[in-house]
Design a protein around this ligand. Structure first.
Ligand code: IPD
Ligand code: CA
Ligand code: CA
Length: 244
């Protein structure tokens, strides 16, 4: 199907889409970044590009929020992280429709359009949660619902914008405060996770350890450690073990 000059294809189901723009952005970035850093590897969402046996690896989501992009909804972005020996050292998230460029370098802070950003100091009770219902794994939706409901009843409100990277950057900029998603991939959070931590926030997986760069993760993030702990405890109340 052609919409507004790009093709939309399904990846196994009507929920999971890829557009010709995702593929073109990924091709462009791989071509240019290979020249910028010769010998680096790539972990990218599309085309099964996952060559991570290198000191430096680019972790790329060419469009995070493809379902939004395909419908002309403006919450989407390009997400690029650079890892060195398995640790993210730089991250860029660009949301063209919002006109926002977030970036961070390990130890050098986080920035939005060149200005330093930091997380909010809101308590859990005043927190806004960004979340999702596990669209690609609807078998996990009931558990998501229970966790979200539990958090919702003890916090201010929740939002679902449809781009994990944009949402984590919104937390870095102090706009939202709590985050839970059942199953994200490294390219969804690699860049935004660094931007968040450089802005003073924190994230973890189901076991409370840092988010994995090699496998999908339950993704929990918050503006501070107390709120992160509260989210993690809530997740554990509803889920005794990782369901995938
Ligand atoms: C998706 C978005 C969405 C999240 C999904 C992700 P995609 O990425 O980040 O917000 O709920 O879990 O897969 O598929 O648009 O790159
Ligand atoms: Ca994504
Ligand atoms: Ca994507």
């Amino acid at each position: 199907m052609v919409r507004s000059g790009f093709d939309v294809m399904e990846k196994g189901s009507v929920v999971n889409l890829v557009t010709s723009s995702d593929l073109a952005v990924q091709r462009f970035l791989v071509e240019r970044l290979s020249v910028l850093l010769p010998g680096s590897g790539f972990l990218c969402e599309e085309d099964d590009l996952g060559d991570i046996s290198h000191e430096y690896v680019w972790i790329i989501d060419p469009i995070d929020g493809t379902a939004n992009y395909a419908r002309g909804i403006q919450d989407c972005c390009v997400s690029v992280a650079l890892s060195k020996d398995g640790e993210v050292v730089a991250g860029v998230v660009y949301s063209p429709w919002r006109g926002e460029l977030y970036w961070a370098e390990k130890g050098a802070g986080a920035f939005l359009d060149g200005r330093p950003i930091k997380v909010s100091d809101r308590p859990f009770s005043d927190g806004i949660l960004c979340t999702a219902m596990s669209a690609y794994r609807k078998d996990l939706a009931k558990t998501c619902y229970d966790i979200i409901f539990d958090i919702y009843m003890r916090s201010n409100d929740f939002r679902r914008f449809g781009s994990a990277a944009v949402e984590l950057c919104m937390m870095a900029a102090g706009k939202i405060d709590l985050y839970f998603e059942m199953r994200l991939q490294p390219w969804d959070y690699a860049a935004a996770g660094l931007i968040l931590s450089e802005a003073g926030g924190m994230s973890c997986g189901f076991d409370g350890n840092p988010l994995s760069l090699t496998s999908p993760s339950v993704t929990i993030a918050a503006n501070n450690e107390v709120n992160l702990r509260e989210l993690l405890d809530t997740v554990h109340r509803h889920m005794k073990e990782l369901p995938y």
